[in-house]
Design a protein around this ligand. Sequence first.
Ligand code: PRX
Length: 631
Amino acid sequence: MTAKKQLQGEVFYPSAEVVEKARLKDWEATAQWAAEDLEGFWASEAEELEWYKKWDQVLDDSKAPFYKWFVGAQTNIVHNAIDRHLKTWRRNKLALIWEGEPGDSRAISYHGLNREVNQFANILKAMGVGKGDRVTIYMGRIPEIMFAMLACAKLGAIHSVVYGGFSVDALQGRIDDSESKVVITADGGWMRGKIVELKQIVDEAVKHSPSVQTVIVVKRTGQEVYMETGRDYWYHDLAQLPIANGDCETEKLDAEDPLFILYTSGTTGTPKAILHTHGGYMVGTSTTLKYVFDLQDDDRWWCAADPGWITGHSYIVYAPLVLGATSFMYEGAPNYPYPDRWWKLIAKYGLSVFYTAPTAIRGLMRFGESWPNRHDLSSLRLLGSVGEPINPEAWKWYHRVIGGERCPIMDTWWQTETGNFMITPTPVVPLKPGSGTRPFFGQEAEILDDDGNLVADGEEGYMVLKHPWPAMLRTIYKNPDRYVEQYWSKYPGYYTTGDSAKRDSDGYFWIIGRVDDVIKVSGYRLGTAEIESALVSHPAVAEAAAIGLPHDVKGQAIHAYCILRAGVGAAPALADELIQHVSDHIGKIARPEEITFVDKLPKTRSGKIMRRLLKARALGLDEGDTSTLED
Ligand code: PRX
């Protein structure tokens, strides 16, 4: 941005050096072009990629909100992520550098990646996986998760990656809902020096599965695991078979063919499967990564998320490969064996662009500056933040201690549903700590009140997006009505984000948080309904309510209120048991911080739990409008 205007508040302007290196120097000009010609902007980005057949129409909004992008085009994201690079010098460029928690490492070129993905795809094909079939992937952060995802995409199969930290119920629900034929997992994974028992959890989860025929197991830890004859196969055994050899043709797909589903928590009920497609997602994710993190051929990019979340899908797996970049992936915990593991990795591999979540920054900040200060972090040139609002204190620590005051921080606001960054700076945009600045090219956001009126600058309201974008979700898998209802019905014509936010007088957006029953714990998205249903599945609990309360490191922590069944005593040991119960069912990330036993829960006359009231009471805040309270 060529900011002539004086911006309000605390502002960090990009240095001459940053501007010099940035591929896009005039933010305003591109923003203006995209605002005037949305389709033209995206078409020109799409032109930079290869298509088997070009589109007849950029955007079809005739059946909005069921938008279609690059209508009539044929492609496959794998063609752009791998195949096209093989024809260039990038064939021998590193696609992925990986380090395991125990310290083992691998480096994989685009040529090597192609070989691995072909092998995986050949095996899946031999197992009967084809276009449109669903495959669940449940693994840790090892290169094979990437190979497996790309292999599915290559065949036109739809992957459903379930984060390796989820437990039995969460996994089972997602396998069953997606009716996956095949589950891909590993014998285990390394985390804080211990083994995560992935295969054991899969065994439990598929015990009664009506759809799963095959489980493919990648050897990671080497410990003994149960293998069911006729269902479970070691990946390395399959790889020895002649069927695994040779190239596997990349399936020519329609731009609108599904690429993956990814389950995420919503307002009510069970997690919903967000569906993304090949064409628009490929264009949107690669364009945003190119402009926002400005990846150049000499960069080494580290998105420290997990491939099991949208951040990992878009910015570990797909967009960096489409751009022909070199990515880094690390298997384990940031503070293992010592709190400087991440900083050590940056120095060891000379990583230049680093992207993580505020919760991780706050967690590592606690250990003090001496840990990062032991390492040479001068290879870094840009930093990023995602997943929750970053508090200015953490922003400044990140900027000063990790970024040496020379690396701008790209605070990117987006969602599983949006597929790519939506509110974000680029390196030349002046930054305000805690604000994601302004919407990306071709997008506008508004802040509305309950009735759909625009609120004044500086006032809080519901954040909505105004225009369709290529990487937007297409629907909720198997539930188009819920798609319309959830995202497009509150304010017709706008995409409802579910977040509250403010816009300041410079047009900068400040995200406050979710307005629905979603809790963000350490950046992980959890629904109150999931936690509550795990609690009531325990024989001692009659009713439960979960809320998120502020937490110094996690952003928010889960607090649960339980009504016990008649005759059950409210012992502290029971609270611990219930916390463990939730963890066993959903995963450690859903562990309540605290459980309070109560006799009653505040409800509306129609019987809905008033979580807002529980929250206000816990925080000692004004209870607001209680006229609908039952009692
Ligand atoms: O509340 C917003 C918050 O994360 C939500 C989306 O969560 P999920 O689908 O899991 O995707 C997270 C990674 C893209 C949003 O509705 N959120 C995400 N990024 C930011 C954020 N809140 C504030 N600032 C951000 N940069």
